[in-house]
Write a protein that binds this ligand. Structure first.
Ligand SMILES: [Zn+2]
Length: 344
Protein backbone atom coordinates (compact mmCIF):
# COMPACT_ATOMS: atom_id res chain seq x y z
CA UNK A 1 0.00 0.00 0.00
CA UNK A 2 1.01 3.65 -0.23
CA UNK A 3 1.57 6.01 2.68
CA UNK A 4 3.01 9.46 3.44
CA UNK A 5 6.40 9.73 5.14
CA UNK A 6 8.23 12.78 6.43
CA UNK A 7 11.91 12.69 5.56
CA UNK A 8 13.06 16.12 6.59
CA UNK A 9 12.58 19.80 6.04
CA UNK A 10 10.22 20.35 3.07
CA UNK A 11 10.70 16.70 2.12
CA UNK A 12 7.50 14.69 2.43
CA UNK A 13 6.94 11.70 0.14
CA UNK A 14 4.33 9.10 -0.66
CA UNK A 15 5.95 5.67 -0.80
CA UNK A 16 5.11 1.98 -1.01
CA UNK A 17 5.08 0.42 2.46
CA UNK A 18 4.01 -2.99 3.84
CA UNK A 19 0.23 -3.37 4.01
CA UNK A 20 -1.39 -2.38 7.31
CA UNK A 21 -2.51 -5.44 9.28
CA UNK A 22 -4.32 -6.32 12.50
CA UNK A 23 -1.69 -6.80 15.22
CA UNK A 24 -3.64 -6.77 18.48
CA UNK A 25 -7.05 -8.33 19.19
CA UNK A 26 -8.39 -4.83 19.96
CA UNK A 27 -7.28 -3.37 16.60
CA UNK A 28 -9.34 -2.43 13.58
CA UNK A 29 -8.00 -2.09 10.07
CA UNK A 30 -9.52 0.78 8.13
CA UNK A 31 -9.36 1.70 4.46
CA UNK A 32 -8.89 5.46 4.53
CA UNK A 33 -11.62 7.15 2.48
CA UNK A 34 -10.74 10.74 3.54
CA UNK A 35 -7.71 12.18 5.30
CA UNK A 36 -6.22 15.65 5.46
CA UNK A 37 -3.16 17.73 6.19
CA UNK A 38 -3.10 19.52 9.54
CA UNK A 39 -1.47 22.79 10.52
CA UNK A 40 0.45 20.78 13.10
CA UNK A 41 1.92 18.67 10.27
CA UNK A 42 3.70 21.83 9.14
CA UNK A 43 5.94 21.87 12.23
CA UNK A 44 7.84 18.73 11.19
CA UNK A 45 7.57 19.87 7.56
CA UNK A 46 9.53 22.97 8.54
CA UNK A 47 12.26 21.01 10.25
CA UNK A 48 10.68 20.29 13.62
CA UNK A 49 12.11 17.61 15.89
CA UNK A 50 13.38 14.30 14.57
CA UNK A 51 10.61 13.18 12.30
CA UNK A 52 12.76 11.30 9.80
CA UNK A 53 10.70 8.42 8.46
CA UNK A 54 7.58 9.33 10.45
CA UNK A 55 4.27 8.25 8.90
CA UNK A 56 2.12 11.34 8.61
CA UNK A 57 -1.56 12.11 9.12
CA UNK A 58 -3.84 11.92 12.14
CA UNK A 59 -7.29 12.84 10.81
CA UNK A 60 -9.41 10.36 8.88
CA UNK A 61 -12.68 8.83 7.94
CA UNK A 62 -12.39 5.20 6.97
CA UNK A 63 -14.20 2.00 6.11
CA UNK A 64 -13.61 -0.84 8.55
CA UNK A 65 -12.01 -3.68 6.58
CA UNK A 66 -11.25 -6.07 9.45
CA UNK A 67 -11.40 -6.19 13.25
CA UNK A 68 -9.44 -8.10 15.89
CA UNK A 69 -11.03 -10.90 17.90
CA UNK A 70 -11.85 -8.71 20.91
CA UNK A 71 -13.53 -5.84 19.03
CA UNK A 72 -17.21 -5.80 20.01
CA UNK A 73 -18.86 -2.67 18.61
CA UNK A 74 -17.51 -2.49 15.05
CA UNK A 75 -17.68 -4.71 12.02
CA UNK A 76 -16.41 -4.84 8.47
CA UNK A 77 -18.23 -2.27 6.35
CA UNK A 78 -18.76 0.33 9.10
CA UNK A 79 -17.81 3.89 8.13
CA UNK A 80 -16.03 5.56 11.04
CA UNK A 81 -14.53 8.85 12.19
CA UNK A 82 -11.01 8.37 13.54
CA UNK A 83 -10.05 10.90 16.23
CA UNK A 84 -6.36 11.89 16.27
CA UNK A 85 -5.75 9.94 19.46
CA UNK A 86 -6.71 6.37 20.30
CA UNK A 87 -8.40 5.58 23.61
CA UNK A 88 -9.69 2.43 25.29
CA UNK A 89 -12.98 3.98 26.39
CA UNK A 90 -12.80 2.25 29.76
CA UNK A 91 -10.05 3.78 31.92
CA UNK A 92 -10.72 6.45 34.53
CA UNK A 93 -9.81 9.34 32.23
CA UNK A 94 -11.97 8.04 29.38
CA UNK A 95 -14.82 7.72 31.88
CA UNK A 96 -14.23 11.32 32.94
CA UNK A 97 -14.46 12.54 29.35
CA UNK A 98 -10.76 13.07 28.69
CA UNK A 99 -9.82 10.31 26.22
CA UNK A 100 -6.63 12.13 25.16
CA UNK A 101 -5.36 11.32 28.67
CA UNK A 102 -6.35 7.64 28.30
CA UNK A 103 -4.00 5.28 30.12
CA UNK A 104 -3.40 3.53 26.79
CA UNK A 105 -3.47 6.59 24.52
CA UNK A 106 -1.59 6.71 21.26
CA UNK A 107 -1.36 9.81 19.11
CA UNK A 108 -1.98 8.61 15.56
CA UNK A 109 0.89 9.42 13.21
CA UNK A 110 3.01 10.59 16.13
CA UNK A 111 3.68 7.72 18.49
CA UNK A 112 6.15 4.93 17.86
CA UNK A 113 4.60 2.00 16.04
CA UNK A 114 1.42 3.90 15.16
CA UNK A 115 1.24 4.78 11.49
CA UNK A 116 -0.33 7.78 9.81
CA UNK A 117 -3.64 8.39 8.09
CA UNK A 118 -2.36 10.03 4.89
CA UNK A 119 -2.29 6.52 3.48
CA UNK A 120 -4.46 3.94 1.78
CA UNK A 121 -5.07 2.03 5.01
CA UNK A 122 -4.29 2.19 8.72
CA UNK A 123 -4.23 -0.02 11.82
CA UNK A 124 -6.18 1.69 14.61
CA UNK A 125 -5.52 0.55 18.21
CA UNK A 126 -8.31 0.16 20.81
CA UNK A 127 -10.90 0.29 18.03
CA UNK A 128 -13.98 0.07 20.27
CA UNK A 129 -12.96 3.09 22.32
CA UNK A 130 -11.47 5.09 19.46
CA UNK A 131 -13.55 4.85 16.28
CA UNK A 132 -16.97 6.47 15.96
CA UNK A 133 -19.40 4.92 13.43
CA UNK A 134 -21.39 7.36 11.28
CA UNK A 135 -24.72 6.69 9.57
CA UNK A 136 -23.85 7.89 6.04
CA UNK A 137 -22.36 6.52 2.84
CA UNK A 138 -18.66 6.98 2.07
CA UNK A 139 -19.32 9.62 -0.63
CA UNK A 140 -21.92 11.60 1.29
CA UNK A 141 -21.86 15.34 0.58
CA UNK A 142 -21.27 16.00 4.29
CA UNK A 143 -17.94 14.17 4.20
CA UNK A 144 -15.72 17.30 4.52
CA UNK A 145 -17.61 18.49 7.61
CA UNK A 146 -17.65 14.99 9.09
CA UNK A 147 -13.89 14.76 8.55
CA UNK A 148 -13.36 17.90 10.69
CA UNK A 149 -14.80 15.97 13.65
CA UNK A 150 -11.57 13.91 13.70
CA UNK A 151 -9.67 17.02 14.79
CA UNK A 152 -10.15 20.67 13.80
CA UNK A 153 -13.85 21.21 14.60
CA UNK A 154 -13.54 19.27 17.85
CA UNK A 155 -10.37 21.19 18.66
CA UNK A 156 -12.00 24.58 18.01
CA UNK A 157 -14.90 23.42 20.19
CA UNK A 158 -12.46 22.44 22.94
CA UNK A 159 -10.91 25.91 22.88
CA UNK A 160 -14.39 27.41 23.24
CA UNK A 161 -15.36 25.07 26.09
CA UNK A 162 -12.14 25.69 28.04
CA UNK A 163 -12.49 29.45 27.43
CA UNK A 164 -16.02 29.23 28.88
CA UNK A 165 -17.78 30.77 25.88
CA UNK A 166 -21.33 31.60 26.89
CA UNK A 167 -24.39 33.47 25.62
CA UNK A 168 -24.16 37.27 25.61
CA UNK A 169 -20.39 37.19 26.17
CA UNK A 170 -17.49 38.33 23.98
CA UNK A 171 -15.13 35.73 22.54
CA UNK A 172 -11.83 36.42 20.80
CA UNK A 173 -10.19 33.85 18.52
CA UNK A 174 -6.42 34.12 18.03
CA UNK A 175 -5.47 32.55 14.69
CA UNK A 176 -7.21 32.23 11.33
CA UNK A 177 -6.10 28.71 10.43
CA UNK A 178 -8.59 25.86 10.17
CA UNK A 179 -8.75 25.47 13.96
CA UNK A 180 -9.29 29.19 14.49
CA UNK A 181 -12.06 29.20 11.89
CA UNK A 182 -13.67 26.22 13.62
CA UNK A 183 -13.22 28.12 16.89
CA UNK A 184 -15.40 30.87 15.42
CA UNK A 185 -18.06 28.28 14.55
CA UNK A 186 -17.81 26.85 18.07
CA UNK A 187 -18.05 30.26 19.75
CA UNK A 188 -21.16 31.12 17.76
CA UNK A 189 -22.64 27.69 18.41
CA UNK A 190 -22.19 28.24 22.17
CA UNK A 191 -23.93 31.58 21.96
CA UNK A 192 -21.19 34.23 22.03
CA UNK A 193 -22.71 37.61 21.22
CA UNK A 194 -19.54 39.09 19.82
CA UNK A 195 -16.72 37.16 18.16
CA UNK A 196 -13.45 38.96 17.43
CA UNK A 197 -11.12 37.15 15.04
CA UNK A 198 -7.40 37.96 15.15
CA UNK A 199 -6.17 37.07 11.67
CA UNK A 200 -4.53 38.55 8.60
CA UNK A 201 -5.43 36.48 5.54
CA UNK A 202 -8.30 37.95 3.45
CA UNK A 203 -9.73 34.59 2.29
CA UNK A 204 -9.77 33.25 5.84
CA UNK A 205 -11.23 36.44 7.26
CA UNK A 206 -14.05 36.29 4.72
CA UNK A 207 -14.86 32.73 5.75
CA UNK A 208 -14.66 33.66 9.43
CA UNK A 209 -17.25 36.39 8.89
CA UNK A 210 -19.56 33.85 7.25
CA UNK A 211 -19.00 31.56 10.23
CA UNK A 212 -20.03 34.30 12.64
CA UNK A 213 -17.05 36.58 13.37
CA UNK A 214 -18.40 40.06 14.12
CA UNK A 215 -15.07 41.92 14.25
CA UNK A 216 -11.65 41.34 12.71
CA UNK A 217 -8.32 42.53 14.09
CA UNK A 218 -5.45 42.21 11.63
CA UNK A 219 -2.81 43.99 13.67
CA UNK A 220 -0.21 41.98 15.55
CA UNK A 221 1.37 42.08 18.99
CA UNK A 222 0.78 45.19 21.09
CA UNK A 223 -1.22 46.84 18.32
CA UNK A 224 -3.58 43.88 18.22
CA UNK A 225 -4.02 44.05 21.99
CA UNK A 226 -4.79 47.78 21.80
CA UNK A 227 -7.33 47.20 19.03
CA UNK A 228 -9.17 44.48 20.99
CA UNK A 229 -9.24 46.77 24.03
CA UNK A 230 -10.76 49.53 21.90
CA UNK A 231 -13.45 47.12 20.74
CA UNK A 232 -14.27 46.03 24.30
CA UNK A 233 -14.42 49.34 26.20
CA UNK A 234 -10.93 48.67 27.53
CA UNK A 235 -12.13 45.52 29.29
CA UNK A 236 -10.96 42.63 27.11
CA UNK A 237 -12.74 39.47 25.99
CA UNK A 238 -14.49 37.11 28.39
CA UNK A 239 -13.24 34.11 26.42
CA UNK A 240 -10.08 33.81 24.35
CA UNK A 241 -9.45 30.84 22.06
CA UNK A 242 -5.71 30.45 21.39
CA UNK A 243 -5.49 28.50 18.13
CA UNK A 244 -1.88 29.04 17.01
CA UNK A 245 0.59 27.63 19.52
CA UNK A 246 3.38 30.19 19.44
CA UNK A 247 4.60 32.14 22.44
CA UNK A 248 3.58 35.40 20.75
CA UNK A 249 0.01 34.18 20.14
CA UNK A 250 -0.27 33.05 23.74
CA UNK A 251 1.08 36.41 24.93
CA UNK A 252 -1.64 38.12 22.92
CA UNK A 253 -4.33 35.72 24.13
CA UNK A 254 -3.57 36.42 27.78
CA UNK A 255 -3.22 40.16 27.20
CA UNK A 256 -6.67 40.48 25.60
CA UNK A 257 -8.46 38.39 28.22
CA UNK A 258 -10.78 40.34 30.47
CA UNK A 259 -10.19 40.16 34.25
CA UNK A 260 -11.86 36.99 35.44
CA UNK A 261 -11.91 35.65 31.88
CA UNK A 262 -10.53 32.44 30.47
CA UNK A 263 -8.10 31.41 27.77
CA UNK A 264 -8.50 28.04 26.01
CA UNK A 265 -5.22 26.90 24.45
CA UNK A 266 -5.39 24.32 21.69
CA UNK A 267 -2.41 25.31 19.52
CA UNK A 268 0.32 22.73 20.19
CA UNK A 269 2.79 24.84 22.21
CA UNK A 270 6.11 25.58 20.60
CA UNK A 271 7.43 27.34 23.69
CA UNK A 272 8.46 26.07 27.12
CA UNK A 273 6.75 28.34 29.60
CA UNK A 274 3.40 30.09 29.49
CA UNK A 275 4.20 33.79 29.04
CA UNK A 276 2.77 36.78 30.90
CA UNK A 277 2.60 35.21 34.34
CA UNK A 278 2.11 38.64 35.91
CA UNK A 279 -1.01 39.78 33.99
CA UNK A 280 -2.41 36.26 34.18
CA UNK A 281 -2.15 36.44 37.96
CA UNK A 282 -3.30 39.99 38.54
CA UNK A 283 -6.26 39.69 36.16
CA UNK A 284 -7.35 36.38 37.68
CA UNK A 285 -7.38 34.88 34.20
CA UNK A 286 -7.91 31.15 33.92
CA UNK A 287 -5.58 29.55 31.37
CA UNK A 288 -6.27 25.96 30.34
CA UNK A 289 -6.50 23.65 27.41
CA UNK A 290 -4.59 20.88 25.69
CA UNK A 291 -5.27 18.16 23.13
CA UNK A 292 -9.01 18.14 22.45
CA UNK A 293 -10.83 15.07 23.80
CA UNK A 294 -12.21 14.53 20.32
CA UNK A 295 -13.79 11.13 20.94
CA UNK A 296 -15.84 12.58 23.81
CA UNK A 297 -17.11 15.52 21.74
CA UNK A 298 -18.27 13.74 18.58
CA UNK A 299 -21.66 12.74 19.98
CA UNK A 300 -22.37 16.40 20.81
CA UNK A 301 -21.16 17.88 17.50
CA UNK A 302 -22.30 15.21 15.04
CA UNK A 303 -26.04 16.10 15.00
CA UNK A 304 -25.19 19.72 14.14
CA UNK A 305 -23.16 18.51 11.15
CA UNK A 306 -25.71 15.92 10.02
CA UNK A 307 -28.54 18.45 10.23
CA UNK A 308 -26.54 21.21 8.54
CA UNK A 309 -26.48 23.70 11.43
CA UNK A 310 -22.70 24.00 11.13
CA UNK A 311 -20.50 23.57 8.03
CA UNK A 312 -16.92 23.24 9.28
CA UNK A 313 -16.01 21.33 6.10
CA UNK A 314 -15.84 24.69 4.35
CA UNK A 315 -12.31 25.05 5.75
CA UNK A 316 -11.18 22.61 3.06
CA UNK A 317 -10.33 24.62 -0.03
CA UNK A 318 -8.31 22.01 -1.88
CA UNK A 319 -8.60 18.26 -2.45
CA UNK A 320 -5.90 15.93 -3.68
CA UNK A 321 -5.09 12.24 -4.11
CA UNK A 322 -1.97 10.71 -2.58
CA UNK A 323 0.13 11.82 -5.57
CA UNK A 324 -0.61 15.43 -4.65
CA UNK A 325 0.15 15.23 -0.93
CA UNK A 326 3.59 16.88 -1.16
CA UNK A 327 2.09 19.75 -3.17
CA UNK A 328 -0.65 19.96 -0.55
CA UNK A 329 1.89 20.43 2.25
CA UNK A 330 3.59 23.15 0.21
CA UNK A 331 0.30 24.93 -0.51
CA UNK A 332 -0.62 24.99 3.17
CA UNK A 333 2.87 26.06 4.18
CA UNK A 334 2.79 28.89 1.62
CA UNK A 335 -0.68 29.87 2.92
CA UNK A 336 -2.14 29.22 -0.53
CA UNK A 337 -4.56 26.70 0.95
CA UNK A 338 -6.36 26.80 4.29
CA UNK A 339 -6.67 23.05 4.62
CA UNK A 340 -6.12 20.23 2.15
CA UNK A 341 -8.30 17.12 2.02
CA UNK A 342 -6.73 13.88 0.83
CA UNK A 343 -8.69 11.19 -0.99
CA UNK A 344 -6.30 8.22 -1.09
ZN1 LIG B 1 -8.90 5.25 28.50
Amino acid sequence: MRATLMHGRHDVRVESVPDATIQEPTDALIRVTRACICGSDLWPYNGGPNYAGQRMGHEAIGMVEAVGSEVRTLKKGDLVIMPFASSDGTCVFCQEGLPTACKSVYFIGNDQGIDGAQAEALRVPQADGTLYPIPVGEDDALMPSLLTLSDVMATGHHAAVVARVAPSKTAAVVGDGAVGLCGVIAAKRLGAERIILLGRHPDRIALAREFGATDVVSERGEEAVARVMELTRGEGAHSVLECVGTGAATDTAIAIARPGGAVGRVGVPHYDTVPLAQPMFFKNVIVGGGPAPVRAYIADLLPDVLEGRIEPGRVFDRTTDLDGVAAGYKAMNDREAIKVMVRP
